[in-house]
Design a protein around this ligand. Structure first.
Ligand code: UGA
Length: 438
């Protein structure tokens, strides 16, 4: 049955969730304090690149099921469920997550909350946050035990809408049967489609998300650690990944070695988990995550080592970095390995040109020291070395005979190029985690 809901915070998570909830038939009010964002949303533009999302946003606006507001008003009181989707970025000067946006969201919602309505957190949080927010909510509303649940989101950028509508599983942390019943109702289309539905306590639901991202980061850094060994022993980490991946207990996903993980989630989430475990007195349990972070960052240094081994001093050398986004099909440059490499090469004296099909707008203001080029063929002109750092389709499919750099030298930072083809076109090709004979 269609329910009335609000979705608070319209970033990546909130916008996708609001659209997905409208698509399954609910009446959704999206709440976002930033008027510019609202102006863009009401015109059917999410404000970030996500395949298929703008079209679905426009369709849901047209259906009349999705509306946006800058702040709660009396209409929020009609909602049965309020989903909180605000950001929890890394705090300035520490590894911990900053939960202040959640606290503000709770405070702003409290005057418009019905006692029988449910508040559901979807943001990624340090374990224990939900219990604290429940106390804050009780104080702000005067309700003895307000209904608060946690429902972590597992969507990936690039496939966000699809992941929201067809998740691998739904996890809900609840403290009473009414919360569970409301969440079963709102997610009924997914539950009916056979998606596993797990009911836990608040702490477990919060920790499931932190654990899932820590595991994914660990898998990537594991294969990148093997790549470090492969590089000094003559082994091939890509073949190694394929071989161990056939073991179903290991699995072949998230074992692609290369320049490592970035984005707005994995890096900050492992740091937040370390910080929270330390606060709880069990820092040793996840102290290995420090190494996961370090292995990941060392991959960027490896690219600089390969560049200097080939070019000598980078001073006066023009280096082209292919990619700025942290992964393809996204314009997100937060903690991007590609951008990290561009900045390291620049710090080592190179003149750096960055190409990306869609993410350059996010780089221009922050890094005026980098030269940005939108035209791929032009970007190669006068270049001494190329680094493929984000595996966009246009790079994987690029015909090496159509580009004319000054020196034909490329480092495949994602192990996606057809090496023989590039070599036939006269390029010297190096890659991470394997030795290529040129
Ligand atoms: C990640 C998780 O995959 C989602 O499940 C989670 O919901 C999300 O964080 C979140 O916490 O919101 P996302 O940040 O969109 O999703 O990106 P991923 O697809 O996980 O990729 C992360 C990084 O790892 C990228 O830089 C990617 O290039 C890199 N990666 C991924 C590798 O280097 N190797 C791999 O084998 C896979």
């Amino acid at each position: 049955m269609a329910m009335k809901i609000t979705v608070i915070g319209l970033g990546y998570l909130g916008t996708t969730h609001a659209v997905a909830m409208a698509k399954v038939g609910h009446q959704v009010i999206g709440i976002e304090p930033n008027q510019q964002k609202i102006d863009s949303l009401v015109q059917g533009r999410a404000g970030f690149f996500e395949p298929g999302l703008d079209q679905e946003l426009a369709a849901q606006l047209a259906s009349g099921r999705l509306t946006f507001k800058q702040a709660h008003d009396e209409s929020s009181r009609d909602a049965d469920i309020h989903f909180i989707c605000v950001g929890t970025p890394q705090s300035a000067g520490s590894m911990a997550a900053d939960t202040s946006y959640l606290e503000s969201a709770i405070q702003a919602l409290a005057p418009f909350l019905r006692e029988d309505a449910l508040v559901v957190g979807k943001s990624t949080v340090p374990v224990g946050t939900a219990a604290k927010l429940a106390q804050q909510l009780a104080k702000a509303t005067g309700f003895t035990s307000p209904n608060l649940a946690w429902n972590p989101e597992f969507l990936r950028e690039g496939t966000a809408l699809e992941d929201s509508l067809h998740p691998d599983r739904l996890v809900i942390g609840v403290t009473n049967p009414r919360s569970e019943a409301l969440l079963r109702e709102v997610f009924a289309p997914m539950i009916d489609a056979g998606i596993p539905f797990l009911v836990t306590d608040l702490a477990t639901a919060e920790l499931v998300k932190a654990a899932a991202n820590a595991f994914l980061a660990t898998k990537i850094s594991f294969i990148n650690a093997m790549a470090e060994i492969a590089e000094v022993s003559g082994a091939d980490a890509t073949e190694l990944a394929q071989a161990i991946g056939y073991d179903e207990r290991i699995g072949n996903k998230f074992l692609r070695n290369g320049v490592g993980f970035g984005g707005g989630c994995l890096p900050k989430d492992i740091r937040a988990l370390i910080a929270r475990a330390e606060e709880l007195g069990v820092g040793e349990s996840v102290s290995y995550l420090h190494e996961i972070d370090k292995i990941n960052l060392r991959r960027r240094d490896r690219v600089i080592t390969l560049l200097t081994e080939e070019l000598g001093s980078l001073s006066g050398k023009r280096v082209l970095v292919l990619g700025a986004a942290f992964k393809p099909d996204s314009d997100d440059v937060r903690d991007s390995p590609a951008l990290g490499i561009a900045l390291l090469a620049r710090a080592a004296g190179a003149e750096v040109v960055v190409h990306d099909p869609i993410a350059l707008h996010g780089v221009a203001v922050k890094h005026p020291e980098l030269e940005l080029e939108q035209d791929l063929a032009k970007a190669f002109i006068g270049i001494h070395a190329v680094v493929l750092a984000t595996e966009w389709k246009e790079y994987r499919e690029l015909d090496p005979n159509t580009v004319t750099p000054k020196e034909k030298f490329i480092i495949d930072g994602r192990n996606v190029l057809d090496v023989a083809r590039w070599q036939q076109a006269g390029f010297k090709v190096l890659a991470l985690g394997r030795t290529i004979t040129n």
